[in-house]
Design a protein around this ligand. Structure first.
Ligand code: IMP
Length: 206
């Protein structure tokens, strides 16, 4: 028997506007904007690597979400590897002295490497990672970063594929964390400063 919806029944939840996370001051890039940008970046990368195989080197942990979306849009054959470099200093700013928690498993010699990063901040992680990989004689090395925070640069680094430039704010979501939290947010947003005020590990301020 056919049933009709009563006039007092609430609309399905999916038609309501999604609420912002209470710890987020402002959404910089929505889920939809990020998806469109990742698709554009993947199309460009697929064109540039046509006829080649690429090793995607994902910089853990922040770039894992970006990698997962990017690789599924690529039309060229790819292999995935992971590195995890921990910087001494506060939990959110690079001192430039790194501890390698996880190194490459794949040989990159004579192969095409694409480093996949969540955000370029001081540039130190990328600088040392590029040096590390170039020392292993790859055929080529390029960089794809979802976000770029140019105002904080301590060393010049070249990014071949860049999603969005972000202002000098501490951002979280879409893989990026503060104190290991907020990685699961589907958007990129500015963390409210009161969340880390008085903390032992505040983000590096301008
Ligand atoms: P860099 O060595 O200073 O370029 O820092 C790179 C790493 O610092 C990134 O891969 C992130 O893990 C982290 N990072 C830098 N800025 C932010 C931010 O605004 N939010 C979250 N993590 C960040």
């Amino acid at each position: 028997m056919r049933t009709t919806r009563s006039t007092t029944e609430k609309k399905p939840a999916k038609t309501r506007k999604p609420a912002l996370h209470p710890d987020i001051r402002e959404v910089l890039h929505t889920q939809e904007e990020i998806a469109a940008k990742v698709k554009t970046m993947a199309a460009q990368i697929s064109r540039d690597y046509a006829g080649k195989e690429v090793i995607l080197v994902c910089v853990l942990k922040g770039a894992a979400v970006f990698l997962a979306d990017l690789m599924r849009q690529l039309t060229v054959p790819c292999i995935v590897d992971y590195v995890n470099w921990s910087s001494y200093g506060t939990s959110t700013s690079s001192s430039g002295v790194f501890r390698i928690l996880q190194d490459l498993e794949e040989s990159v010699e004579s192969r095409h490497v694409l480093i996949v990063e969540d955000i370029i901040d001081t540039g130190l992680t990328l600088h040392y990672l590029l040096r590390h990989i170039r020392g292993r004689n790859p055929a080529s090395v390029k960089v794809a970063a979802l976000l770029d925070k140019p105002s904080k640069r301590k060393i010049e680094v070249h990014t071949d594929y860049c999603g969005f430039k972000v202002p000098d704010e501490f951002v979280v979501g879409y893989g990026l964390d503060y104190d290991q939290k907020y990685r699961n947010l589907p958007f990129v947003g500015v963390l409210r400063p009161e969340i880390y005020a008085g903390s032992d590990t505040p983000p590096d301020k301008p």
